[in-house]
Write a protein that binds this ligand. Structure first.
Ligand SMILES: [Zn+2]
Ligand SMILES: [Zn+2]
Length: 248
């Protein structure tokens, strides 16, 4: 990028059901940092909690006042600082939502989310600026290449929601031997169903209380290569007979 902008307007969450805009400086890139043009940034359940309620969380995991919100960003690298090892200008990327120290036991095992460094563990959109702005400064080690087959909106979904549920499914070890019951069919529940279908689950049942979400889940197809398959085998409206319905 020929000219790096110096300022931008970003959104932060002051609590009490509001979102505010503020002008932010775009700092000079340091070693290992990239500047990303934000292309998509999704809203997480934890952001909703932040928008509609007082800010929760204490200590190092609390939302820091006036941090640009949004920990699920995807975009394109437009400038790089010194010392890049893998990424370059023009790359399409997803930003993993937590930046860890990179050196503690958890970071070295790939679990930056449970990084034990109080000083260096910072979640984008919580303790360092996130994706609800035209640009985001991220660390190269937090980036994941976004394949051409996926849109930036897909990438933003992967940054937190899909990744979170995928880790859970990996731990359980879902395979073609399994039938899966998913309660709650919001974005993460739908992601769970998509991943379970791809992992081969033989029967996927969803339960949801909101009628509109039940309708969406019933209609949604899942594209697998050139084929379109049913996302759920059965979708049930939440109610007192669900246990009998599932057994049936
Ligand atoms: Zn999230
Ligand atoms: Zn760490």
């Amino acid at each position: 990028m020929s000219e790096q902008p110096e300022k931008m307007v970003g959104a932060y969450l002051p609590g009490d059901s509001t979102v505010e805009f503020k002008e932010y400086e775009i700092p000079e890139l340091r070693h290992g940092e990239v500047l990303i043009r934000t292309k998509a940034s999704t809203i997480c359940g934890s952001d909703i909690r932040c928008i509609y309620n007082e800010h929760l969380g204490k200590g190092p995991e609390a939302y820091q006042h006036e941090m640009v919100a949004g920990h699920e960003p995807a975009g394109q690298v437009v400038a790089v600082g010194p010392g890049m090892r893998e990424f370059k200008e023009g790359d399409r990327v997803v930003v993993y939502h937590i930046s860890g120290c990179g050196l503690c036991n958890d970071c070295r095992r790939g679990y930056q989310i449970s990084c034990t460094s109080e000083k260096y563990r910072k979640a984008y959109g919580w303790q360092r600026h996130g994706g609800m702005a035209p640009y985001i400064v991220a660390e190269e080690k937090d980036l994941v290449h976004l394949p051409e087959a996926l849109t930036y909106a897909d990438g933003a979904q992967v940054a937190c929601g899909f990744g979170t549920v995928y880790e859970g499914l990996e731990k359980i070890g879902i395979s073609g031997n399994d039938a899966v019951l998913i309660t709650g069919l919001g974005p993460v529940g739908l992601a769970a169903a998509m991943l379970c279908r791809c992992l081969g689950a033989n029967n996927i049942i969803g339960i949801e209380a909101v009628p509109e979400r039940v309708e969406i889940a019933r209609k949604l197809p899942l594209r697998m290569g050139d084929d379109s398959v049913k996302l759920f085998d059965t979708v049930l409206q939440a109610g007192p007979n669900n246990v009998e319905d599932v057994r049936a």
